[in-house]
Design a protein around this ligand. Structure first.
Ligand code: HEM
Length: 429
């Protein structure tokens, strides 16, 4: 996509009825609030490759509004403060596991980040963790999710050839069909256990449970919403934590500046919490710069131009055209960011060297009525985890991980193991 935009400019036709945009104003034209004009719907071939119960991310426009209003309660400032003990419990367990494991040689920090964010979101969406940190491995349910994402990309592509898709789906081996069924049963059981908890719980699903009759949410729909929270709320943050760790370890000066910031701001681990990490401005710049170079949602998520067509970047776009913005390609363009292939957190701190950067191009959480509900939670969780790791450990990258960032992407990054050496900090270091 980057090569295409470099060659053909800000708008590229990538299929007979699909356009890719690479310009700051495309965000509001495609995804922004429309002031009375129809919102652009999400493309079914991409968001609904299988006929499964819908959820907040792929619901139709009207139903989405109702779901979002209700789900938003779980993402309020107050809810987040109430969720802190749940989150902290897993971060403390992560630190404990890292201390136990770092003496045996390098640790695969990318796995540990995934274990932590999955356990946190499991608790916040289903009322129970996946036991990843406890068992030091991925739970079967999560393995099913990863396999599903890979398959999802293939199914999306097959949506263009429905007859072939139908034939191939009928040929799916029995073993795979059984695994899918098992996954569904396990998920339903998890949700039933959550529904059985009668006392109020400040998690992300409580809002939906309170209004489940009014919103017509049966168990399958609740499951489907919880599942999308798990996928959207764990792989994204885990990828970024791995990405920022890699980029810091490859850029020792930035790593040192961040260590100085964290270690001079806090005297003890207990001082580090969801609120106090907000003071760490250099850390926020590191996270943003990592999100620019390694955006968790790297590819375009297509919208469909409504009936009667619409204007985008001053051009008339006919109805039913698919439109998307590909983040990775957008953020690597020299027109928008100086020295785009190098890690410079300073560009997010007002450094005059980067004053010509187009900061408004950068929308990792999208904007408009379907932007990320979990943005604040994501930032807080990532800052808390990173601050505690930087406070407690010195880190060095293992030589075999020096090219870790060269990855393929199937909806999510195909992360290889990111191996690092950790040395616990002693009281005088
Ligand atoms: C770095 C981390 C994250 C990034 C970059 C990110 C990015 C995004 C993006 C781009 C969307 C829009 C998807 C679309 O247009 O189809 C989205 C939606 C959403 N995200 Fe996130 N996300 C992150 C973390 C989280 C977390 C931790 C949660 C909490 C569980 C979360 C919950 C959601 C929800 C519920 C939506 C759907 C909102 C709606 O449709 O109204 N996200 N996210």
């Amino acid at each position: 996509m980057l090569d295409l935009h470099k060659r053909y400019g800000d708008i590229v036709r990538i299929a007979p009825d699909e356009l890719a945009f690479s310009h700051q104003d495309a965000w509001k034209d495609i995804m922004g609030h429309k002031n009375g004009q129809p919102e652009m719907a999400k493309a079914n071939w991409f968001y609904r490759p299988l006929d499964e119960p819908l959820h907040i991310v792929n619901e139709d426009i009207g139903e989405h509004k109702r779901l979002r209003r209700q789900m938003a309660h779980g993402f309020s400032e107050k809810s987040m403060r109430d969720q802190e003990p749940m989150i902290r419990k897993y971060v403390d367990m992560l630190l404990e596991r890292l201390r136990e494991n770092c003496e045996k040689g390098s640790v695969v920090i990318s796995d540990w980040y995934n274990f932590t964010t999955f356990d946190i979101i499991g608790d916040l969406a289903f009322g129970e963790s996946f036991g990843c940190l406890e068992g030091c491995n991925y739970d079967d349910w999560i393995k099913g999710i990863f396999e599903g994402a890979h398959l999802g990309s293939i199914l999306q592509a097959l949506s263009f050839v429905p007859s072939l898709k139908k034939i191939l789906l009928s040929l799916v081996p029995k073993k795979m069909q059984e695994a899918h069924q098992k996954h569904k049963v396990m998920t339903k059981e998890k949700m039933l256990r959550r529904i059985d908890i009668t006392e109020e719980r400040p998690d992300l699903i409580e809002g939906l449970l309170k209004k489940k009759d009014e919103l017509n949410l049966d168990v399958d729909k609740l499951v489907s919403n919880a599942e999308i929270l798990i996928i959207g709320g764990s792989e994204t943050t885990a990828s970024l934590l791995s990405g920022v760790t890699y980029l810091l370890l490859q850029n020792p000066e930035s790593h040192q500046t961040l260590k100085d910031e964290v270690r001079s701001t806090f005297n003890s681990e207990e001082e580090i919490n969801l609120i106090s990490v907000n003071q760490l401005s250099y850390m926020l710049a590191c996270l943003d710069e990592a999100m620019r170079m390694y955006p968790p949602i790297a590819n375009g998520l297509p919208r469909v131009c409504p009936k009667g067509g619409s204007q985008v970047l001053g051009e008339f776009i006919p109805e039913n055209t698919n439109l998307s913005i590909h983040q990775w390609a957008l953020y690597r363009r020299e027109e928008y960011f100086k020295d785009p292939n190098t890690f410079h957190p300073e560009r997010f701190l007002g450094d005059t060297e980067f004053m010509n950067d187009r900061r408004d191009v950068f929308q990792p959480f999208h904007l408009g009525p379907r932007n990320c509900l979990g943005r604040n939670l994501a930032y807080s969780e990532m800052r808390l985890i990173l601050a505690l790791i930087i406070f407690n450990f010195d880190m060095k990258i293992a030589d075999e991980s020096r090219k870790w960032i060269e990855q393929r992407n199937f909806l999510m990054w195909e992360k290889g193991p990111l191996k690092v050496y950790l040395t616990p900090r002693t009281s005088d270091s």
